[in-house]
Design a protein around this ligand. Structure first.
Ligand SMILES: Cc1cc2nc3c(=O)[nH]c(=O)nc-3n(C[C@H](O)[C@H](O)[C@H](O)COP(=O)(O)O)c2cc1C
Length: 364
């Protein structure tokens, strides 16, 4: 999974809140405090990450995609993906599948289970999900898209939202047609990733098709793809006229990013989090991962998330954390992981940047 390039100034100046910048986000009858949403990312946006991002200012965090095949729901993976809490904010449950009736049943089941919003995944580029064309493969079959959306919207009383790509390929960008089908079916919010299915994650996201979609429907549209800084978020909103934005990979190791972008868009002056603040969030995240996944899985999953924190700190602060990351990855239990981060945090408090000696000492 490629990570988009992040280049960031250390201080984001307050904007004259431009008229292109929405202040909140309406999804059906639900009113969100700001227009910046955390993207669903399978294997990433689990409950601990969603809680942290919402705590730090994301208006909503969409859960990882969930199969619509009820036979697969009792697996450990699906069971963990179905965990929600009030700290995670509005409960937007994303379902994936290809059979209209199965998706409608899954939507009803999740709504009965407490989902505030049902999101349908037609953006995932994986060749096959659940052994059948699903995710963005469905974009090639507009009739089926309509059948699925109609079936799901009529199955539940909560708002149904849809996530798509700009089309099937550069030669067949049918995002506008899909958006109109979505509006006719009663979809309340559309998220558009500015790449086609054929692009997978290659190249750069383009926002012209998103602009065309915004111009052709009357439902709110979230622009998504390669938005990693407050300045880029503002530029994309200005270009597309979208109702909001969705942040995915930019938030890896930067759970504050959606909140910082929301602040910036509201006209506030925002600063890059200091090393001390980063360690504080890292430790909170680590504890949450250990609590959520337990000792064995927690230690392994923490390596991925804490690794992203180190990577982000390297990029943002031009510091070398590679030896710390290596050391952390070699630790085999929760206590050792906690101790390392606690020690690092202590060393870093006071002097915001540890000396090379301190780093070597700790990583030894
Ligand atoms: C690891 C990973 C997992 C993803 N899982 C999902 C998913 O479950 N559902 C979905 O609709 N999109 C998924 N996506 C796509 C993202 O939601 C988002 O559309 C994409 O990453 C582009 O946004 P970004 O450039 O801000 O990351 C995933 C992306 C990544 C990198």
């Amino acid at each position: 999974m490629p990570t988009p390039q992040v280049t960031r100034p250390s201080l984001h100046n307050a904007t004259e809140a431009s008229s292109a910048v929405p202040t909140g986000l309406q999804i059906g009858a639900l009113q969100l405090a700001n227009p910046v949403v955390l993207a669903p990312m399978a294997g990433v946006t689990d409950l601990p990450l969603r809680e942290i991002c919402v705590d730090l200012g994301a208006s909503m965090a969409v859960a990882e995609m969930l199969t619509s095949d009820s036979k697969l729901l009792s697996s450990r993976k699906s069971t963990l993906r179905r965990c929600h809490s009030s700290r995670g904010g509005l409960r937007s449950v994303q379902i994936v599948g290809s059979e209209p009736q199965q998706l409608a049943d899954a939507a009803r089941h999740n709504a009965d289970d407490g989902a505030d919003i049902i999101d349908i995944n037609m953006g995932c580029p994986a060749k096959k999900v659940c052994k059948k064309a699903a995710g963005s493969a469905l974009l090639a079959d507009e009739r089926r898209v309509a059948e699925i959306l109609n079936a799901v919207v009529s199955a539940v009383n909560v708002p149904v939202t849809l996530k798509i790509r700009t089309g099937i390929s550069a030669q067949h960008r049918n995002g506008v047609a899909i958006a109109k089908i979505a509006e006719d079916a009663g979809i309340q919010l559309l998220t558009v990733h500015g790449r086609t299915r054929a692009d997978r994650f290659k190249g750069e996201a383009e926002y012209q098709t998103i602009t065309d979609i915004v111009d052709s429907v009357n439902i709110p549209v979230l622009a998504n793809g390669d938005i990693t800084t407050p300045e880029k978020a503002l530029a994309v909103l200005e270009q597309t006229g979208a109702a909001g934005i969705m942040i995915g990979r930019g938030a890896l190791g930067r759970p504050w990013l959606p909140g910082v972008i929301a602040q910036f868009l509201s006209g506030a002056r925002t600063t890059e989090p200091s090393l001390t603040e980063r360690f504080l969030q890292m430790r909170k995240h680590l504890t949450a991962l250990h609590d959520f996944y337990g000792d064995f899985m927690g230690v392994r999953i923490a390596r991925k998330h804490i690794g992203w924190f180190f990577d982000a700190a390297e990029t943002d602060l031009s510091e070398d954390f590679s030896s710390w990351k290596r050391h952390f990855n070699a630790l085999e239990n929760t206590e050792a992981q906690q101790t390392l981060l606690h020690t690092l945090e202590l060393h870093c408090s006071g002097s915001d940047s540890p000396s090379t000696n301190q780093k070597n000492e700790l990583a030894a």
